[in-house]
Design a protein around this ligand. Structure first.
Ligand code: AMP
Length: 216
């Protein structure tokens, strides 16, 4: 019997939990877009938009970008045709104010997958992470190396280390997660939408855990 999965979902979890990596497979299997606020912001910075310029100081320091900027950006993205059948929200919402803005704007959430990974593993993952400048694909120097050093396996773009994947900024991002984003676990728990999934171990096991959590 073919499984049926929810298609309006949030991937919640600290930086380095694997939200982006797991989204890549979900996009393929479910045929819905991944909407990553971090990716959207990086694209804005690369294009030199007003939003990109406003966001860059916060991002480089590992601080959250103000809610009003993020909410406007997400509303615009969700209005596009490819998001009408469903979406994987990755890195949004990140504050209770953002989650409340979703309710006010009738943005539907059917399930929230909370990827759980202990802090030591997050630091290890983030500090070895490399990102493709062109397509945003994510690699790791030890756990998921590119076939050719510095070159993306998917599009042959150049890979780089994000400025905010440096040790001091990683600490700040994890602290901000605990203070500003972790309260969303209770927020969605109270609404009966939360599914906790272990983000440790083999990537394919984590993926199966996510699929199980999305089963209708
Ligand atoms: P990420 O790629 O999800 O790790 O996001 C990178 C950076 O973008 C974060 O450290 C924040 O500065 C900013 N950012 C991404 N998503 C959000 C959000 N939902 N709210 C506020 N800031 C965000």
């Amino acid at each position: 019997m073919a499984m049926s999965y929810t298609r309006k979902l949030i991937l919640l979890g600290p930086p380095g939990a694997g939200k982006g990596t797991q989204s890549e497979r979900l996009v393929e299997q479910l045929g819905i877009p991944q909407i990553s606020t971090g990716d959207l912001l990086r694209a804005n910075r690369k294009a030199g938009t007003k939003l990109g310029k406003k966001a860059q100081g916060y991002m480089d320091a590992g601080e959250l970008v103000p809610d009003d900027l993020i909410i406007a950006m997400v509303k615009e993205r969700l209005a596009q045709t490819d998001a009408q059948r469903g979406y994987i929200l990755d890195g949004f919402p990140r504050t209770t104010a953002q989650a409340e803005a979703m309710v006010e704007n009738d943005i539907v959430v059917e399930r929230v997958v909370n990827l759980e990974v202990p802090k030591e593993a997050l630091v290890e993952r983030l500090s070895g992470r490399r990102i493709c400048r062109e397509c945003g694909a994510s690699f790791h120097v030890a756990f998921k190396p590119t076939r050719k050093e510095g070159v993306c396996d998917r599009c042959e773009g150049e890979t780089y280390q994000r400025a905010d994947d440096s040790p001091a900024v990683i600490e700040n991002r994890l602290d901000n997660f605990a203070a500003q984003t972790a309260p969303l676990i209770a927020f969605y728990g109270e609404r009966g939408l939360l599914q906790n999934v272990s983000g440790e171990g083999e990537m394919s096991d984590v993926y199966q855990g996510i699929l199980d959590a999305l089963t209708v």
